[in-house]
Ligand binder design. Structure first.
Ligand SMILES: NC(=O)c1ccc[n+]([C@@H]2O[C@H](COP(=O)([O-])OP(=O)(O)OC[C@H]3O[C@@H](n4cnc5c(N)ncnc54)[C@H](OP(=O)(O)O)[C@@H]3O)[C@@H](O)[C@H]2O)c1
Length: 332
């Protein structure tokens, strides 16, 4: 029944050097080999999807391509015993949506080693409210906690606070009792960031370039989603022994810093990868997000879109104008 099933996907093609996405009808027979065929009901929007959709060869080497680094839905066919047809699964990261057709199509076929069983109490939409961004925020917070971060040490900063990763990090840290300072370029988003739990919202100029190698340390710890010069400035503002969990590069991949924050203040720079880490590590954070770490304000404010709205929603990511969590609902 599913060997040759037609389905809809938002597919990106190269046309005269430009990359154009539009809905197309594809066939499951053309999906890559894999052990598990999944009917995707929901996906989630990430900065990386915007890079894939705009022809970034560091993310996607060849086109036509169906982006979507996140997918959740129902197993339709499975070659392995632990994923039976009808069960609900989450797939995030690995090669999904990069060079393997991703969650912006109604079907994916992937290795079983990429699939996480849906946590109890969640459905596909809930999982995709978090998506890779929520998983990454959870991994950042977990790394800070592993390093001994605690609310009594002082404020924790979140850069790119209104973004997909940043907004979940703000709510999760606030929920865990931290005094969260949200750093955001969107003044109009202040009320929303406070609703998520930020104690204070400051502009991106808090991380404006300074010539000094170190400045007054104001943050005990931080989650950085932007990289580049803002991360270099953030490192100068971390209290002795504090940590920065670093996961993003929207402000650039370079890190023009000195060793001074590290050798004079013992600051820790913690790298966070959500893509290639062991499945067991992903499962652990999914489990927490579905229970004690549930971000109910994020869940309540997530925005649902259909495939027809993907183009404009993805362009907003590239402009730094996207905010909060956006779920792709294939039924819309
Ligand atoms: N390591 C991993 O496994 C992993 C996983 C997921 C995402 N990421 C990375 O994390 C980053 C954030 O992803 P996302 O999906 O949350 O993207 P996003 O929704 O676009 O959020 C990024 C936020 O950063 C701020 N920003 C944008 N351009 C900026 C600039 N030039 N300078 C300073 N701030 C800027 C904006 O927030 P404000 O307007 O509030 O400042 C923006 O909303 C991306 O680089 C993504 O690739 C990494």
């Amino acid at each position: 029944m599913t060997a040759n099933t037609e389905y809809k996907a938002w597919r990106v093609e190269e046309q005269d050097g430009a990359y154009v996405g539009r809905e197309q009808t594809l066939n499951t027979a053309d999906l890559p080999d894999g052990e598990v065929l999944i009917r995707v009901s929901h996906s989630s929007l990430n900065y990386k999807d915007a890079l894939s959709a705009s022809g970034n060869k560091g993310v996607t080497r060849s086109y036509p391509h169906t982006p979507g680094v996140d997918a959740a839905g129902e197993v339709v066919e499975s070659a392995v015993a632990n994923f039976t047809p009808g069960s609900q699964v989450i797939v995030t990261g690995f090669d999904l949506g990069m060079n393997t057709d991703g969650g912006f199509g109604e079907f994916i076929r992937v290795p079983a080693a990429w699939c996480v069983p849906m946590p109890a109490g969640w459905n596909a939409r809930t999982a995709m409210i978090y998506g890779t961004a929520g998983l990454t925020a959870g991994l950042c917070v977990q790394k800070l906690l592993t390093m001994g971060a605690a609310p009594e040490q002082g404020p924790v900063a979140v850069s790119g606070a209104s973004g997909a990763v940043g907004s979940v990090a703000v709510e999760l840290l606030a929920k865990l009792g931290f005094d969260v300072v949200a750093i955001s370029g969107k003044a109009e988003h202040e009320a929303e960031l406070k609703r998520l739990g930020a104690n204070e919202v400051v502009g991106r100029d808090a991380l404006a370039e300074s010539k000094k190698p170190l400045v007054k340390p104001v943050f005990a710890n931080a989650v950085d989603t932007v990289g580049g010069n803002p991360l270099a400035e953030l490192l100068k503002q971390i209290q002795p022994g504090g940590s920065v969990a670093c996961c993003g590069l929207v402000a650039g991949p370079q890190l023009p810093t000195t060793v001074l924050p590290f050798i004079l203040r013992g600051v820790n720079l913690l790298g966070v990868d959500s893509v290639e880490i062991p499945l067991a590590d992903k499962r652990q954070v999914w489990g927490k997000l579905s229970q004690d770490w549930a971000c109910t304000a994020t869940e309540a404010s997530a925005r649902d879109i259909g495939r027809g709205e993907l183009d404009s929603a993805l362009k907003a990511f590239l402009e730094g104008a996207s905010a909060g969590k956006i779920v792709l609902d294939h039924q819309r």
